[in-house]
Design a protein. Structure first.
Length: 653
């Protein structure tokens, strides 16, 4: 078939590309992926805005490579259209071919590099996320390739930029998912009125948005620079402990003395707590007297307390200093066979599954939406959410750190099956990149290694044992979980996890309409999971599709009343389970409605949100708000909001 020939050619092309990367990039980032920030030694410029865009012909997808589109302005290759970055490209136009495109698209734009940057700086190009795979050229030189569409990548482009002149970036973006990608997908040919075209199918239940989804930055570092910072925190009495390890990059002569490193610690208000620590060494330990601990939202009057670790790297013989400031939250995480503890206190998670999804932008970063969503999370009284089903933007995670929202950080392994060595390596790589990016975040309490994998298959046992071993090797300070969808009787993977999380849609996909079966079914399954593995258990997904404005009583499927009833029956089960001592959390699916592929079972997308896609509350949002705030009052001694119950009669007050 023609598409198989295309895929084979694509693999050959990628192999050639990887060889070219080794030849054309003189200095590559091999360690950290610190977020770009300005300092006394660093400059940052955004390359967000309107880029040029065009589709690669589906009948000849490798045209751009063969005709070397990356060596000229994209407008010289054919008609281009303006495309915002960051954004998914799918919903920006009125063109169905763009919305449903399968395969390659191309972006380009020009930019200037100041002449002043030539003197003593390295110039870096960083993408926050490109979905799913990307190849990037600067002035016709291939500078980087990347796979896994929800994580950042960068390269030192000093050797290929023109200082004091105009430069050009060209990006080829491929949204095709295969059996060996994370997540997995399938491609096929379909006959249309205009001939054959390639289509893509996947089993995960969200739209496969594509494009340059997160910010693009140009930034500088000194020629010897802070490459990565790792921190681990602890508590001794009222003293906070921050253990740090610094790595550096750049060009040093073999006979040169390594750079010296000094650290300062500043409080939330910018006051120095510790000065000039470290004695020049790259690793050390800070003791913070009467430390302000990082607490989850509603567990403390000042949740999300963050210090600033100010790192200063000095190479005196070169006259170079680099400064980077890392936000740090001091907290501990522990777990046993019944509980999860933060700073020694047991936590009960109340939250959501979520999606990066909104009108027009798709999965593109939107600061307005970030703030709105965090306001709604706090309004509801939630203390946590799961980054279902992929890593979320760093800017979203920053809010979670500052606001004290607990994060279950999930890699993009969805409905995983067709286990193979190639898939295992991709899966490990996605987790390595995720942990490298988010290892220092106090909000990240769990690593979630997959969603609804086919854990009943024989190969799942050895596959997920290897995945868990890989994660434990990278970070043993956080518990590991995954969203289990197979029954406890057939599951082969829970034995390797620290916390059991399960998804089950009682009253919706099973026993539809029979809300009277929910309570006993949920209790029985949670108890069985705990008995089988003797580990903490939580419910990560439950819910019902609900069309906002549809009211039917007695409650009936798709109505707002039915969603409220589904939730109430689960609440009864959760409260009984909490009394048994091993049940640690509840997360409804979903925070807000989101777009899916076209199917006859989805009316404009998945409607299980307690908020609509434009973030307006359904009746369930008010219902779960009362639930979560009551739990906050009971478990965390939180002060309930005045508007939780509206005035009805004087006799109530």
């Amino acid at each position: 078939m023609a598409y198989l020939k295309w895929l084979l050619l694509g693999c050959v092309t990628l192999s050639i590309v990887l060889l070219m990367v080794h030849e054309t990039v003189s200095r590559t980032n091999t360690g950290g992926i610190l977020y770009p920030q300005e300092s006394e030694s660093r400059d940052v410029r955004s390359l967000d805005g309107i880029w040029n865009f065009r589709l690669s012909p589906e009948t000849d997808p490798l045209t751009g490579f063969r005709e070397r589109w990356f060596q000229k302005d994209l407008s010289q290759t054919g008609r281009t259209i303006p495309m915002p970055v960051p954004a998914s490209y799918n919903d920006v136009t009125e063109d169905k071919a763009i919305r449903d495109h399968v395969g390659l698209v191309w972006y380009d734009r020009t930019f200037y590099v100041p002449e002043a940057w030539r003197q003593s700086s390295l110039v870096w190009l960083r993408f926050g996320s490109v979905h799913y795979a990307a190849q990037v050229w600067v002035n016709g030189h291939l500078v980087m390739s990347h796979e896994v569409g929800h994580l950042p990548f960068q390269a030192d482009i000093t050797s290929v930029v023109k200082f004091g002149a105009k430069n050009r970036i060209t990006v080829a973006v491929d949204n095709i998912l295969l059996q060996t990608s994370v997540p997995q997908g399938h491609v096929s040919e379909v006959s249309t009125d205009n001939g054959t075209r390639i289509t893509q199918s996947y089993t995960f239940d969200f739209f496969n948005y594509a494009g340059i989804h997160r910010p693009v930055y140009l930034y500088t570092t000194p020629s010897i620079y802070i490459d990565d910072i790792s921190v681990h925190t602890g508590v001794r009495g009222d003293t906070g402990i921050i253990k740090y390890n610094i790595t550096y990059g750049g060009l040093l002569r073999a006979t040169s003395q390594g750079p010296a490193c000094y650290v300062d610690l500043l409080d939330r208000d910018g006051n120095y707590v510790i000065r000039d620590a470290g004695s020049g060494r790259l690793q050390g330990e800070l003791e913070v007297p009467v430390a302000r601990l990082w607490w989850p939202y509603l567990m403390d009057p000042e949740p999300g307390y963050m210090y600033t670790l100010q790192v200063r790297l000095t190479a005196q013989q070169w006259g170079i200093e680099d400064i980077y400031r890392l936000p740090v939250g001091i907290r501990t995480v522990e777990w046993n066979n019944t509980s999860i503890l933060i700073n020694g206190r047991a936590i009960y998670l109340r939250g959501f599954g979520r999606h990066e999804d909104s009108d027009l932008r798709g999965k593109g970063l939107d600061y307005t939406l970030i703030v709105k969503d965090n306001n709604l999370i706090k309004w509801v009284g939630a203390n946590s959410y799961r980054t279902s089903h992929y890593p979320y933007a760093e800017e979203i995670m920053d809010f979670a750190d500052r606001e004290g929202i607990i994060i279950m950080n999930e890699c993009p392994s969805v409905d995983t099956e067709n286990y193979s060595p190639a898939l295992l390596e991709k899966h490990k790589d996605s987790l390595s990149q995720l942990i490298r990016r988010d290892k220092n975040r106090p909000s990240v309490i769990f690593w979630s290694i997959a969603n609804e994998a086919r854990t009943q298959l024989p190969d799942a046992d050895s596959y997920f044992r290897a995945i868990v071993e890989h994660v434990k090797h990278l970070d043993s300070t956080r518990p590991i979980t995954m969203a289990l969808a197979r029954g406890y009787g057939e599951d082969r993977t829970g034995q390797y996890l620290d916390v059991i999380g399960f998804n089950r849609y009682n009253g919706w996909y099973s026993n539809t309409g029979r809300t009277d079966t929910i309570r006993n079914n949920v209790i029985a399954e949670a108890v069985s999971w705990h008995h089988k593995y003797n580990k903490p258990v939580m419910m990560l997904e439950y819910g019902a599709d609900t069309l906002a404005g549809l009211h039917l009583y007695p409650e009936y499927v798709w109505s707002e009343e039915y969603q409220v009833e589904i939730m109430s029956k689960h609440f009864e089960a959760f409260d009984r389970l909490r009394m048994q001592g091993f049940f640690v959390g509840e997360m409804i699916w979903n925070f807000a409605d989101f777009k899916t592929a076209q199917t006859i079972t989805r009316v404009g997308g998945n409607k299980k949100g307690i908020f609509t896609r434009n973030r307006q509350p359904k009746a369930s949002a008010h219902h779960i708000r009362r639930r979560y705030w009551e739990l906050a009052g009971e478990l965390d001694n939180a002060i309930l909001p005045n508007d939780l119950d509206h005035y009805v009669s004087k006799s109530r007050h």
